[in-house]
Structure formats: structure tokens, C-alpha cells
Design a protein around this ligand. Structure first.
Ligand SMILES: [Zn+2]
Length: 109
């Protein structure tokens, strides 16, 4: 069972108190974007075997959205952070790099 610490209320909570919200850090495309960009934004998602960044909502708690960095193979959780951040905090990226040498954060532009 997945257990995360909500970055807002600080409670250790398991997945029965949470709702999954899919991939975190999606680049949004709106008016003016090409059809391919918009289609990709709507339908294409990462499904990695390894490090993944996901959105979760603390539905049976504070109700807020947050992001989780975890490994989909080992189920290890590297940390949680507020959903409003544009990329994972440095301490989480450092923690991942320590455990998974060679891992790189994807580029956003
Ligand atoms: Zn909470």
C-alpha cells in the first residue's frame, strides 16, 4: 500500500484517503497550439518503469492536490511537494539521483 505524507497538513496517509490524479508536471497547450500539441496534452501520458511524478489529492483530509515522486518498480517514495511547483524540489531530485545514478529530470520548455 502506498503511504504518502501530505505536504500541506503533514499527515501520513495511505492511498485509501487519496485520489490519484495522473501524471504531474504536464505542459498545457491551449488556444494557438497545434492540433498535435493539444492532442498530445489531452491523451499522451508517461507510463515509466521507474521514477514517476504523479498528482494525488488528499480527499479524506485537507482536500488539496499535491505531487509525489516515487519509483513504480520498488514503490519507494522519494517525497511529496505542493502541486503548484513547476518542477520537483532540489532535495527530491538529489534523493532520486542518490538512489538511481544516471537519472535525469526531463526538460520543460
Ligand atoms: Zn492534507
Amino acid at each position: 500500500m502506498l503511504i504518502f505524507e501530505c505536504p500541506y497538513c503533514g499527515v501520513l496517509t495511505d492511498e485509501t484517503d487519496l485520489a490519484a490524479g495522473g501524471e504531474a508536471h504536464l505542459k498545457r497547450f491551449g488556444p494557438g497550439s497545434s492540433d498535435d500539441e493539444f492532442e498530445s496534452y489531452l491523451f499522451n501520458r508517461e507510463n515509466p518503469k521507474g521514477i514517476h511524478f504523479e498528482r494525488w489529492r488528499h480527499v479524506n483530509g485537507c482536500g488539496k492536490w499535491f505531487n509525489v515522486a516515487r519509483c513504480t518498480v520498488s514503490m519507494e517514495v522519494f517525497g511529496t511537494y505542493p502541486a503548484q511547483t513547476l518542477e520537483p524540489p532540489a532535495e527530491i531530485k538529489d534523493k532520486i539521483s542518490e538512489k538511481k545514478p544516471g537519472w535525469k529530470w526531463k526538460e520543460f520548455s
